[in-house]
Design a protein around this ligand. Structure first.
Ligand SMILES: [Zn+2]
Length: 67
C-alpha cells in the first residue's frame, strides 16, 4: 500500500489511489491551509529582507512615563 507523509504534521497517510486523499499530499484541509500560509509568510519575509543593510528599525515604546 503506498503511503505519504503529510508535509505539515508528518502524519503517515496510507492510500490505494491518490484520489483517496482529497487533500493530497496533506492529511486534511487544515494542514493544507497551514502549509500554504507558511509558504506565503516565507515569501513575504524574503521580499522584505532585501533592503536590510545592517540598519534595524527602531521600535519605540509607547508606554506612559512615571514621575
Ligand atoms: Zn497533516
Amino acid at each position: 500500500m503506498p503511503k505519504v507523509n503529510c508535509p505539515c504534521c508528518k502524519k503517515i497517510l496510507f492510500y490505494r489511489e491518490i484520489k483517496d486523499l482529497p487533500y493530497f499530499p496533506f492529511c486534511s484541509n487544515r494542514c493544507k491551509l497551514i502549509d500554504f500560509g507558511k509558504w506565503m509568510d516565507e515569501k513575504y519575509c524574503i521580499a522584505e529582507d532585501e533592503s536590510s543593510d545592517g540598519a534595524k528599525s527602531i521600535v519605540e515604546k509607547g508606554e506612559g512615563i512615571n514621575g
